[in-house]
Design a binder for this molecule. Structure first.
Ligand code: MN
Length: 405
């Protein structure tokens, strides 16, 4: 039976500057800056140890359209390791590293095939004698918003057909419509595997045949939570087998913790120390953001300590650990002694306040002066739906606390 094995990775974002994170302790920031490279190294290690037939990189290899020399040089070194083992690489460029950028060019080794701006198909004969057709194209410019699926034409013959595409499922608007497609359109092509890129969260859009976002290879901010890596895939006539391999060095997590029933600062501190340990992993770094709910501290001093000292205490000593759990922030949500219903009965003013709060448009509109211009636009990540809701909730609580005190 004919069989191929390969690795599918995407969104390497090599040399990502990790904007906005310079306030991390030096050793941790240094690890994070290195992490896109170390993840790529582990992917190449996995390709070699699993003796795969080839490697697919589905776009956004580089973070910036200038393709920093460091990123190119490190990338080349890893590709040369694959060359040494006779493993070919099929790569496309995405919106981040589109072909229209300007960069000082480094020559990639001969085992690396980069697809051009027009969709092309490449035929690979593997060592075991399987004929694999791979299809793909690179973004000619940053914004490619037209549909491209019709340019993928299945070649005659061949044992396996694999589509490589950097783009987003057109049925959701969440990620901006880069090369939008519908899952049905991909299925219609009757390929054996779709190697997607662009969406940084790992997702399987279909199983038979697999339509796969492997996610990015390393989380770069607190929204990119969870284990990151690549897929090891094997295809034969019976179908596909996928194994996720975690290759990130640093993992982002969010912990949502209730302090209900705890009335003293030390109790909360000890709870968080215990929760923090649950995230620790040998050999990896963890960046943890904490949402602390249901605070019912007895004294104001204790509450003040929560706001001013807790974070620092949780961070204490972690910067010297190689398997660190660094708490990036603690969001304290106080337990409120009031209910909306009670206040509404107290004064009409509260009624109006709640109406205004409920009718509040997207926070992004209010924050437009911040996000809409440089330099903030480059360094501040936009808010997700949940963050917006949390922010509004906090604002309402704060306002009422101030009004009632
Ligand atoms: Mn990307």
């Amino acid at each position: 039976m004919k069989k191929v094995t390969f690795i599918h990775a995407a969104d390497l974002h090599l040399d990502s500057p990790m904007a906005g994170l310079k306030n991390l302790p030096e050793p941790i920031f240094a690890r994070l800056k290195e992490s896109t490279f170390s993840s790529l190294r582990k992917i190449v290690d996995a390709a070699i140890s699993n003796e795969v037939d080839f490697v697919i990189l589905a776009g956004d290899l580089y973070d910036g359209e200038d393709r920093s020399l460091k990123a190119q040089s490190r990338f080349r070194a890893e590709m040369e390791r694959l060359l040494g083992k006779g493993i070919p690489v099929f790569a496309i460029h995405g919106n981040h590293d589109h072909l229209g950028g300007s960069w000082v060019k480094m020559q990639m080794p001969e085992n690396v095939h980069i697809f051009g701006s027009k969709t092309e198909s490449v035929l690979l004969e593997t060592e075991s004698g399987a004929a694999v057709n791979l299809y793909g194209f690179s973004y000619p410019t940053r914004h490619v918003t037209e549909r491209k699926i019709h340019t993928y034409e299945k070649a005659a013959g061949g044992d396996f057909h694999i589509g490589i595409l950097h783009g987003s499922d057109g049925s959701t608007t969440e990620h901006g419509s880069y090369c939008p497609f519908a899952v049905g359109e991909l299925l219609e092509k009757q390929f054996d595997y779709w190697a997607l890129g662009h969406i940084h969260k790992r997702a399987l859009l279909a199983e038979n045949p697999p339509i796969v976002y492997p996610g990015n290879i390393q989380g770069r901010n607190r929204k990119e939570t969870g284990e990151k890596g690549c897929y090891l895939v094997s295809l034969d006539e019976a179908g596909a087998n996928l194994e996720f391999m975690e290759t990130n060095d640093i993992v982002w997590h969010e912990a949502d913790i209730s302090a209900r029933g705890i009335t003293d600062f030390d109790g909360i501190y000890r709870l968080l120390l215990k929760e923090k340990e649950k995230f620790r992993r040998v050999g990896k770094g963890v960046l943890l953001s904490v949402i602390l709910r249901d605070i019912g501290l007895a004294g104001q001093d204790e509450l003040d300590s929560l706001h001013s000292n807790l974070l620092e205490l949780l961070q204490d000593g972690e910067e010297d650990e190689s398997s660190f759990v660094w708490t990036t922030k603690v969001q304290v949500l106080e337990e409120d002694s009031w209910e909306r219903g009670d206040l509404a009965g107290e004064a009409d003013f509260y009624n109006e306040l709640f109406q205004v709060a409920d009718g509040f448009g997207p926070a992004s509109e209010v924050l437009e002066p911040l996000y809409g211009r440089l330099p903030a636009r480059k360094h501040v990540s936009t808010l997700g739906k949940e963050e917006e809701a949390l922010l509004l909730e906090e604002a309402e609580r704060l306002l009422i606390r101030l009004l009632r005190n």
